[in-house]
Design a protein around this ligand. Structure first.
Ligand code: HSE
Length: 436
């Protein structure tokens, strides 16, 4: 049978990885897919560079629309990124009856509802394994491997840049700004790292996982997003003394009132496997009612790890594209007419526990004032640490770990604490996840 014909839009780091892995492993991949998979056409603004990667046998064009218009092309891989031209091209490819493979988490998290609806109507597949956690087959795991389960929660380290920065802060005792500069110098962080360090990239991925886990539409606008820019080395140190590591987690959880969807730094018990995921690695913990806890670990970015996910999608499509569209795996795991209307909860309604660091006057009664405010709202203290004040020092750090409480309640208590004359600096609050 003739090889399935693929058109590639954008041949940067991931695109060249796809080309190289497909060429290197073509026989193995063909034995799995049942027919060959051939990149027949590439579109890239830098045609000379693109041609030097793919060689003279592959047609290279500047205009992506030439690829979409080519009736020979069965699958379009979109590796341009962003919400602009990538969205237009994806919608055009779907309208032209092409299957689409993409790594574009931002586009799917924001416009996924429109894209999946168009694909469903046109009877084509939009595959996006590479959009979440790079080489880790977490989409496959959630949509298929864990399909028997009622998913309870997912917690993931799904941004390698921030995990690298947090690992360095912990290892070297350095503050965020210093490590970010070093990470940029070494090429671990982008020149504009905003999406990574502000938690946006992780929130895109968490949004996609949330939709698949719970059968709800993608709702990036409902996600709570907090990055790592305000984290101080001393909080990492205090957390360590209390038996915790600080990780940027993407969390989505089903609770009786609805769905939690949030990204923020979290204290995680140091004994949990996920707390020991270091450097740029990714890991996702999925809690299902039947399977219990599963941990999925691997590289979340990079040329060939991401290509591994893109090619897995190509193989899936190759196997399934002649199948009746109704018998394919639904885009968001649940049949489109079986999606749930469960609401994504506002952050005030989320129940979690907290790490608090207060800079306080070192004088009698301060501890009683602070814990009195907690007690008045029924917030129970789990652990406490007070840094011994130095010789002649009149201030000290008070670290408090609380048991679970509604975020809205905690916000009220924090406002009262902050107003105490004996609290001398802005209170640091970091959420804590036991992941039990
Ligand atoms: N910038 C992402 C990260 C990789 O640092 O993990 C692509 O999503």
């Amino acid at each position: 049978m003739k090889a399935i014909q693929v058109g590639l839009l954008g041949i940067g780091t991931v695109g060249s990885g796809v080309f190289n892995v497909l060429r290197r492993n073509q026989q193995e991949i063909q034995r799995r897919a049942g027919r060959g998979i051939e990149i027949a056409m590439v579109a890239d603004l830098d045609t000379a560079r693109a041609q030097s990667i793919v060689g003279s046998a592959v047609k290279v064009v500047k205009d992506a629309r030439e690829v979409i218009a080519n009736p020979e092309i069965d699958i379009v891989i979109e590796l341009i990124g962003g919400y602009g031209i990538a969205r237009e091209l994806m919608m055009e490819a779907i309208a032209a009856g092409k299957h689409v493979v993409t790594a574009n988490k931002a586009l799917l998290a924001v416009h996924g509802t429109e894209i999946f609806a168009a694909a469903h109507q046109r009877g084509v597949m939009v595959a996006f394994e590479a959009a979440v956690a790079g080489g880790i087959p977490i989409i496959k795991a959630l949509r298929e491997g864990l399909t028997a389960n009622r998913i309870e929660w997912i917690a993931g380290i799904i941004n390698g840049t921030t995990n690298f920065i947090l690992s360095e802060m912990r290892d070297k005792g350095l503050d965020f700004d210093v490590v970010l500069k070093e990470a940029q110098r070494l090429g671990y962080a982008e020149a504009d790292p905003t999406f990574d360090i502000e938690g946006v990239d992780a929130a895109h991925k968490a949004t996609i996982m949330s939709a698949i886990a719970f059968g709800i539409p993608v709702q990036f606008d409902k996600a709570y997003v907090e990055g790592i820019t305000k984290l101080a080395a001393q909080d990492i140190r205090y957390a360590e003394q209390l038996g915790y590591r600080i990780k940027l987690l993407g969390i989505t959880k089903r609770v009786p009132q609805g769905i939690e969807l949030r990204v923020h730094p979290s204290l995680v018990p140091a004994r949990r496997l996920i707390a020991n995921v270091e450097g740029a690695m990714n890991a996702v913990v999925v809690q299902g009612d039947a399977v219990g806890t599963t941990l999925h670990y691997g590289k979340g970015a990079g040329s060939e790890p991401t290509a591994s996910a893109v090619i897995a999608d190509l193989v899936d499509i190759t196997r399934l594209h002649t199948a009746d569209a109704a018998h394919r795996v639904p885009h968001l795991a649940f049949q489109p007419d079986q999606m749930s209307g469960e609401v994504v909860l506002p952050m005030d309604e989320v129940v979690t526990s907290y790490y608090l660091r207060l800079r306080v006057a070192d004088q009698a009664g301060v501890l009683a004032q602070v814990t009195g405010l907690l007690a008045a709202q029924g917030i129970s203290v789990d652990a406490m640490l007070q840094r011994e004040a130095g010789e002649g020092e009149k201030q000290t750090d008070l670290i408090i770990l609380t048991h679970s409480v509604r975020e809205g309640t905690m916000n009220g208590v924090l406002a009262q604490m902050q107003a105490l004359p004996t609290v001398l600096a802005p209170i640091v609050r970091i959420r804590k996840e036991e992941l039990a």
